[in-house]
Design a protein around this ligand. Structure first.
Ligand SMILES: Nc1ncnc2c1ncn2[C@@H]1O[C@H](COP(=O)(O)OP(=O)(O)OP(=O)(O)O)[C@@H](O)[C@H]1O
Length: 407
């Protein structure tokens, strides 16, 4: 610690009774000059002390803030619904649970209804999200341990084998590639109709390799975060770098990488910029790193071929709607926890559902369960599947907007 500067000596006035009036006046003048000098020195010292005080107060403030944050790391995102005297009502994202939480004065002054905030395990507000952090949090789904396993995916054995080879192997055994002197595929592109298990494949490989799963949807980049696409793509790769090993999953990549149109609208320019950023991130990428990239599309025909060049998405895996055997396997998976009646023949259900995607089979199973519940039963019967079948057929359209064909 620095010592405080010593105070200037206090001037004394010595007046001799023998002095003439002019000598006394001189002595008084000199004394006055010394007093002014001391006064100036003291003012300087006060000023220095004040500025030191201000800077120490800032240090204390920032240490207090750091201390608050360190007490427990921010974990979840919530939206502020109401701000009362020293309490705040929050709605958690994900589960939509509302909580009432007490806040420290600093936070109390900072937050307003509608703000998005980072909270910790005990719902204490850690910080108010800036627009930038906010869109980053909204645009990316980050899952440290996705819970999908390969055995949860039906009818895609060949695709699972290919994904394991192109994504899992380079993560788990990069040295194998080095020894053989080849680069693993840079990016893997899964293409096929909606609801066929593309996201599941990406999550399962992240699970199997203990990697963080980071998802970004191409359509959101161009519709929701207009003007932020390129930055968010950069953030995506940066985040993956911080969370290695990581699997980056870019869903609906066609939204940012479709064939160039001739029109020069600003929207197109923005999409172009986002795609260029993606290409440059991929080109500057060390393939042997602990980050793997998977993209998915339902519109393979629309894709700009530039993204399929070697070193980019150079491994294509088609994920089709399931065949009979695949449908049977998917129905088995989705009814695994369901008490089924003796008469229920899943082979017959599989037979009836030609053209159904995995997602449609999953919702058919849920519907059948709903019919059983409505009927006061806990066992699901063939009739429930037939009713569910009919209901979906009356509803008329599947998730992709195409009519479901019942045989
Ligand atoms: N092959 C499958 N095996 C088991 N369940 C499946 C399969 N495919 C889809 N499902 C069910 O459908 C849901 C949606 O699948 P998923 O999100 O993986 O499809 P997707 O191909 O990524 O779809 P989209 O192209 O619309 O993003 C899954 O959560 C699962 O319940």
């Amino acid at each position: 610690m620095s010592r405080s500067p010593s105070l200037p000596d206090r001037p004394t006035l010595e007046l001799d009774p023998e002095m003439s009036p002019s000598e006394r006046l001189d002595a008084l003048r000199q004394h006055f000059a010394r007093l002014v000098d001391v006064n100036e020195k003291l003012s300087d010292q006060i000023e220095a002390a004040q500025s030191k005080h201000a800077s120490l107060s800032e240090d204390v403030d920032s240490l207090q803030r750091e201390n608050e944050t360190l007490k427990s790391a921010a974990r979840y995102i919530a939206t502020v619904e109401e701000v009362a005297d020293d309490e705040v009502v929050l709605k958690q994202h994900g589960n939509n649970q509302e909580v009432l939480t007490e806040t420290v004065p600093r936070i109390q002054e900072e937050v307003e209804a509608g703000d998005r905030v980072a909270i910790n395990d005990s719902f204490a507000i850690q910080s108010v999200l800036s627009t930038e952090t906010d869109s980053r949090a909204q645009a990316m789904e980050v899952d440290g341990s996705p819970d999908v396993r390969y055995e949860d995916i039906g009818g895609l054995d060949e695709q699972i084998r290919e994904v394991r080879e192109a994504v899992e192997q380079p993560l788990l055994a990069p040295e194998q590639f080095e020894e053989v002197g080849i680069e693993p595929p840079a990016g893997v592109l899964l293409h096929g109709p909606p609801g066929t298990g593309k996201t599941m494949l990406a999550k399962a490989v992240a699970n199997e390799t203990d990697a963080t799963f980071i998802k970004m949807a191409g359509s959101e980049l161009v519709q929701k975060f207009i003007g932020e696409g390129a930055r968010l793509v950069r953030d995506l790769f940066e985040l993956a770098g911080e969370r290695e090993p990581a699997v980056i999953f870019i869903d609906e990549i066609d939204a940012i990488a479709s064939k160039r149109t001739d029109s020069k609208t600003s929207g197109d320019a923005e999409v172009q910029r986002t795609m260029m950023q993606l290409l440059s991130e991929m080109d500057g990428f060390d393939e042997r790193g602990e980050i793997r990239i998977i993209a998915a599309t339902n519109r393979f025909d629309m894709l700009d071929r530039a993204i399929l060049r070697p070193g980019r998405f150079d491994r294509l895996i088609e994920v089709p709607v399931p065949e009979l055997e695949g449908r049977k396997r998917i129905l088995d998976i989705h009814t695994a926890e369901m008490p089924l009646a003796e008469d229920l023949d899943l082979d017959a259900v599989a037979d009836l559902t030609d053209g159904f995607s995995g997602a449609e089979l999953a919702s058919l199973t849920t519907e059948a369960g709903m019919f059983a519940i409505r009927d006061g039963r806990t066992t699901v019967e063939m009739q429930d599947f037939e009713d569910a079948h009919e209901k979906v057929s009356v509803d008329g359209e599947d998730s992709a907007g195409t009519p479901i064909a019942f045989q």
